[in-house]
Write a protein that binds this ligand. Sequence first.
Ligand code: FNR
Length: 182
Amino acid sequence: MGVRLVGISGSLRRHSYNAGLLRAAREAMPEGHELTIHTIAGVPLYNGDVEAAEGIPAAVAVLKDAVAEADGLLLVTPEYNNGVPGVFKNAIDWMSRPASDIPRVFGGKPVALIGASPGNFGTILSQNGWLPTLRTLGAELWSGQKLMVPGAGQAFDGEGNLIDDAVRVRLGRFVAGFVASL
Ligand code: FNR
């Protein structure tokens, strides 16, 4: 049976470059393996009072179960102010609740990071910014390759679809490498 990846984009923007990169990653998956896209849309801001009163929000429970059942997780991260975007971190923080569930969801989970930005560095700082969080959650970073997409304004069209064939080739190599590691 093929490898089953779950991919999550850290942007809520309709024409997001990172959501487009994730769609392109799904298309670039090697034959016989699949990448399912899940969304952080609908994840509320974390509030311990809400958790205590109502438990885990439905959108978060869906994400947790999807990641728990996947062979690997692909995080497609934007970069804000040289770091991890709050909306994305917030979703992962919710997914780490209750803490007793962290081993089921993240423990030993192979995780790969990619990202796109209009600037020159293509999210290297936010990708690195994820590392302490992944370590804390007990996930296994796949560091076999790196993929940063700088100059996203040229690499994607106005709807966030990838139009740069060279990036598509690198993306294909990246997902093939991640799949082969699993
Ligand atoms: C940005 N952007 C940005 N880009 C980058 O490469 N380094 C950075 O530090 C920042 N900082 C930053 C802060 C804030 C608050 C915003 C809103 C944006 C630009 C960012 O890469 C750009 O908006 C992307 O389009 C975001 O990704 P999506 O939404 O296209 O996936």
